[in-house]
Ligand binder design. Structure first.
Ligand code: HAM
Length: 421
């Protein structure tokens, strides 16, 4: 039998309920921030990611699922969401309306990575982008939102790391010094990092393999290249976090693996044993010119991406996780075809009123049917006893007590019971 590709998974049963819990919890929170949902295509032109994420990033240079379609178009499966949001804002002129300045998305993303717990080749991200109002308050609001999400979903074992990677001028000075530094250690770096010395040495810092090298850990730090103004603004943000009792740690080596960031970057890193080693749950930051095109409009903003599988792994390992399940209201046992005919319309009407009804599609012996009904844990069980087959009466079994109801009263009795209980 053909198997699913490596790094993908089938999600069903309890696992699916945990995913639903994650999505629902976020969407509830998103409403309170007045965020609007946006859905973008699963694939985009490869050029988009090359331009916005950066050609030298791990994501584009090593991990992207790139393909050519039947008309020779160069396409790629979305490795992350922000690039698509940038494109959608320009393409649909969303910047003309305030209605679209706070967006979120829930999407599957694709990266050719080495699969492990919480790291897949197809994974879900919940993303947020607060567009065109970049300032301390919007940065703060995005960090608060990410933090609230973790609290709401009852995840406490994490550390918020935060850094400021400066403006593009400050970063350019930093990049110059990185070039000089890495040139001295060139032969200790991997082939791809050697190429990055000239093109984009920042990406050596977050290369999954080379970032573990001592020479990379000891590289110059951005803090020494920041202006007083940038440092003051950053302190102000940190003091606002303190006022809200949101703990953080400054990590001067945090640069994030994508080219579009400017100034504030942050990561919520799990310390839970259920994920094994250090694992980023949420990553984000601010950007000043997202699409870097010659469009008359430049997109600034701040946002983050939540790794749903990582949240999932933590929740799944919790003994006391409460997962709301869809409870069955009514189970009807059918023992012959004329019984189906009698109740079909009633079932149709009740489901229309949001009552959950289950019944056996195929005719069953009463004993088997009752077994299924008990297993379904439904609140009401309905069936006809032998002596009732010739009447229009049905038996209701509620909390192991039986009583008879005439067919004409079934709907009313169910509604009344469910309303009162
Ligand atoms: P990112 O750090 O590349 O940022 O991804 C965000 C989160 O997605 C990570 O922190 C991690 O939890 C999850 N993630 C990444 N790769 C995988 C994988 N292979 N398997 C499972 N989970 C994964 C971004 O994607 C940016 N677009 C975030 C952003 C939005 N920045 C500003 N706006």
């Amino acid at each position: 039998m053909i198997q699913r590709p490596r790094g993908t998974k089938d999600i069903y049963g309890k696992d699916e309920l945990i995913y639903k819990l994650i999505f629902d919890s976020f969407e509830q929170l998103a409403t309170t921030y007045n965020l609007k949902k946006i859905i973008t295509p699963t694939f985009e032109s490869y050029e988009l990611f090359k331009k916005i994420n950066g050609e030298q990033t791990d994501i584009v240079s090593k991990e992207i699922y790139r393909f050519t379609d039947q008309s020779s178009r160069e396409l790629a499966l979305k490795p992350e969401g922000t690039a698509s949001i940038g494109r959608a804002i320009i393409e649909n002129k969303l910047y003309l309306s305030k209605e679209y300045n706070k967006l979120y998305y829930i999407d599957s993303m694709y990266r050719y990575e080495k699969p492990q717990k919480g790291r897949l080749r197809q994974f879900y991200q919940i993303g947020v982008e607060l567009i065109n109002e970049l300032c301390l308050n919007s940065i703060l609001d995005s960090i608060v939102l990410a933090n609230s999400f973790l609290k709401k979903i009852k995840i406490d074992e994490y550390v918020l790391y935060i850094n400021n990677i400066g403006s593009s001028e400050e970063r350019n000075q930093y990049i110059k010094s990185l070039k000089t530094y890495f040139s001295k250690f060139k032969n200790q770096l991997s082939e791809i990092s050697q190429k990055r010395i000239d093109t984009n040495p920042l990406r050596i810092l977050d290369d999954k393999t080379d970032s573990e090298l001592e020479i990379v850990k000891n590289a110059p730090k951005i803090i020494d290249f920041l202006s007083n103004e940038t440092k003051e603004e950053f302190s102000l943000l940190l003091s606002k976090l303190e006022k809200l009792n949101i703990d953080y740690k400054i990590d001067y080596s945090l640069v994030r693996g994508l080219d579009y960031y400017s100034n504030v970057v942050f990561e919520f890193v799990s310390t839970s044993s259920s994920l094994g080693s250090k694992n980023t749950l949420i990553g984000g930051g601010s950007y000043l010119d997202l699409t870097k095109t010659n469009d008359s409009f430049k997109i600034n903003g701040v946002g983050f991406g939540i790794g749903v599988e990582r949240i999932f792994e933590i929740l799944k390992s919790k003994q006391d996780l409460y997962i709301p399940e869809n409870k069955i209201d009514v189970f009807i046992i059918f023992e012959n075809n004329s019984q189906y005919d009698q109740l079909q319309k009633i079932i149709y009407d009740l489901r229309f009123e949001n009552i959950t009804i289950e019944f056996n599609y195929k005719i069953k012996k009463f004993k088997k049917g009752l077994e299924d009904a008990f297993n379904s844990k439904s609140k009401i069980i309905i069936f006809q006893e032998l002596n009732q087959h010739k009447t229009n009466n049905w038996t209701f079994k509620i909390n192991n007590k039986n009583f008879e109801v005439n067919e004409s009263e079934i709907k009313k009795t169910i509604m009344k019971y469910l309303f009162e209980n």
